[in-house]
Design a protein around this ligand. Structure first.
Ligand code: F6P
Length: 360
């Protein structure tokens, strides 16, 4: 009897211990969950205040995989901005495996993890957790891209999307993909107007510029020799078309959108002449080069806007592209790919006779 009592006591004792353990586990989970929600709310608050300062499109990149989390974001955005949930669904195991390995390689979460395979295992455990709590997006406005990464079809679902900007976002997403390919950016070879220090114009190349065009051709030939589907894009101005001339074996496409910034009434002048003959223009441009618009010409903001179709087309390409263009245009393109702030665009260094390779 005594033996039975002590067996009962020890069973009750271990059950109590188990219950205590479970309670503490539930409490910890709740605490972690509250913390995660708080961090998500902070990120959202940060984005909303950026929008209040004039931001137009913000990306709140997070695993908003539960309804409660998405509802919280929608509530926070009420009356402030429109929310569109973007979900990518991928069923291709090879792509998933590649992405997981890339994530472990690059994410700061694993910067201190010396055992790469342990990092991969840990990341997969995180994914399994998300899979457990995941609730499909079926509220509000959303875009779902299903198996679109490989570029072989796939499906796009859109719900409750209307208006100019949301429409552009859909257009952009349809066209972007992860196929690695290089984009080579270069200014034209030195032009006769470069030698004279004149802005704008449509002059041909100097001798030095011609030498560059031949060097560029042999570089492109070597760099892209295994890439017969690559293409060469120029502006419609002579100096870029002449720079592309020695390159053979690739299709060449001329884009008006790649033409140099239109200097309007200052076209053909040197900077000194502008300073002397149009001091107010010179001063206004010096003060705000990004927004300053040449009379009857363009501003950097105008150039950036007209480059939108070029950018979408570059995003869409699966083969390498060599872009031969001009200083202001390449500053804008480079800023887009290198994620530079708008204010810095007019100051970015894009020297002549230099090739910038962007790995997409
Ligand atoms: O000087 C060459 C040039 O391509 C001009 O044709 C053009 O007006 C200028 O560069 C743009 O650079 P910035 O905006 O610095 O004047």
């Amino acid at each position: 009897m005594k033996q039975n009592t002590s067996m009962l006591e020890s069973t009750v004792g271990s059950s109590m211990a188990l219950i205590r353990l479970l309670i503490s586990f539930v409490e910890t989970t709740r605490r972690v969950w509250r913390h995660v929600m708080r961090v998500a709310a902070l990120a959202m608050e940060d984005m909303l205040s950026w929008m209040e300062e004039g931001g137009q499109v913000g990306i709140c990149d997070a695993t908003n995989s539960t309804r409660s989390r998405r509802n919280m974001l929608m509530k926070m955005a009420e009356g402030k901005c429109k929310i569109i949930f973007v979900e990518t669904i991928c069923n291709d195991q090879d792509v998933l495996e590649r992405n997981i390995r890339l994530k472990v390689q690059q994410s700061p979460d694993y910067a201190e993890q010396t055992d790469f395979e342990a990092g991969v295992r840990d990341f997969k455990e995180r994914l399994a957790y998300y899979e457990k709590v995941y609730e499909p997006v079926d509220e509000g406005s959303y875009i779902k891209m299903i198996d679109m990464v490989s570029g072989n079809g796939g499906q796009l679902q859109i719900n409750n999307i209307s208006g100019y900007l949301p429409g552009r976002i859909v257009f952009f997403l349809v066209n972007c993909h992860l196929t690695p390919r290089p984009i080579l950016l270069t200014r034209h070879g030195e032009s006769l107007d470069n030698v004279r220090g004149r802005i704008g114009g449509d002059s041909s190349l100097s001798e030095v510029g011609e030498v560059y065009s031949r060097k560029l051709a042999s570089f492109v030939e070597k760099r892209l020799k295994s890439e017969r589907t690559a293409s060469i894009w120029t502006s419609t101005l002579q100096r870029t078309i002449l720079t592309a001339q020695p390159i053979i074996g690739f299709p060449k496409i001329q884009w008006r959108a790649l033409d140099e910034i239109n200097a309007g009434v200052c076209d053909g002048m040197t900077y000194d002449e502008v300073k002397k003959n149009k001091p107010e223009e010179y001063e206004s441009r010096r003060k705000d080069k990004l927004r300053y618009r040449y009379p009857r010409g363009e501003s950097y903001l105008d150039v950036i806007q007209r480059l939108e179709p070029v950018i979408i087309e570059l995003e869409r390409q699966r083969a390498p592209v060599v872009v031969i263009a001009h200083q202001a245009v390449l500053r804008s393109l480079y800023a887009y790919f290198a994620d530079k702030p708008l204010e810095e665009v007019p100051k970015i260094e894009i020297p002549l006779h230099t090739i910038i390779e962007i790995k997409m």
